[in-house]
Design a protein around this ligand. Sequence first.
Ligand code: FAD
Ligand code: EPU
Length: 341
Amino acid sequence: MINIEENKNLKPLNTFGIAASARYFCSISSVDELIELQQSVIYKTHKRLLLGGGSNVLFCKDFDGLVVQCNLKGIHLVRESDEHVTIQVASGEVWHHLVMHCVKNNWGGIENLSLIPGSTGAAPIQNIGAYGVEVKDVIDTVQCIDLLSGDEHVFSNQQCKFGYRESVFKHEWKEKFFISSVTLTLTKKNHRINTQYGAIADTLRQMNVSIPTIQAVSDAVISIRRSKLPDPSVIGNAGSFFKNPSIMLDHYQSLQKNNPTIPNYPSVNQEVKVPAGWLIEQCGWKGKKFGEVGVHAQQALVLVNYGNAKGEEIFSLACSIIESVKEKFGIILTPEVNIIA
Ligand code: FAD
Ligand code: EPU
């Protein structure tokens, strides 16, 4: 039986810790509850926002509509062979709990994505990624419910059009579907251990690990993340506020003349991806605090709420950062975080 609440405080439900409220709010635990909700007048007559763990949203004001929180639980075995296991995971399962479950069972493929906050259902939306792995690498299919008709659809990996922090759910199919579950295929042996990225290899060495297991990789990733990313339960944030921009090779080469240390990610075609954290740091923002908002001292890509910031204040800081990076480097940063205005 569904329960629609009024004037719900969203502060505990978004990792930025913004004190916005929702005019209506309903937490659903099954597809049947979503179908029931779809019959209600409030659902039919108000704008809606789907919410998972609230770790990639910025509320700039109160939400004058219906917030639907996804709370579907369950991990089911679909099929298994000597080499692989395929599981269907309900969208309300906490992503990091899923990773820990897989690591414990020695199922490989998502250990590099340890400690990413949020729900499993939101993972395909921006194709979560970290330390050389993206969730698209293990997704078979995404199960969805049409938000208007209630019809079920199953989309293949290819149909989701995954890219860097991108999928079809952010574009053509934006706000069209509720993701009810995600099906992943993981390895049971011959794991593809990925230690190429960043500080993983060094961290494993410090941990005296010479032949890394998926458990060791997960431990290393958790340790690196804890050293640079603020814990949202202590300081409000939504991880990287901006995406890392790709620029044309000739633009990169011209920037190199005045900035010989400008870092880059491996390039694709004629484009070069540049770490936005570096650009923001070079503009002097790193560690800066302005009242209740600021730029994290260990990672300039993370904007923070020191306690009582308003969403508009974070947004205004983001706009000033975009302006200064554009002025200094001619690069336009785009937010990764979903701005709810
Ligand atoms: P929410 O913030 O609740 O929602 C995000 C978007 O998805 C919204 O548009 C929402 O409407 C939509 N949505 C949510 N659930 C559903 C559903 N069931 N069906 C349809 N639409 C839905 N991201 C990375 O990729 N890599 C990282 O390394 C990373 N590190 C982070 C570190 C920190 C400290 C924090 C706070 C965030 C980090 N993030 C990272 C961002 C965030 O964790 C991911 O984007 C995550 O997938 C968001 O999940 P969520 O459930 O909190 O989504
Ligand atoms: N850098 C700086 N100053 C900073 C931060 C970064 O100079 O303050 C430069 C350094 O050269 C550093 C490089 O940027 O080597 C990369 O930094 P980091 O390894 O922290 O990665 P990132 O590009 O800043 C991306 C993702 C993170 C993900 C990490 C690890 C994006 C937008 N962000 O950050 O994802 O966890 O790589 O793979 O792609 C998120 O999406 O919310 C998120 C946290």
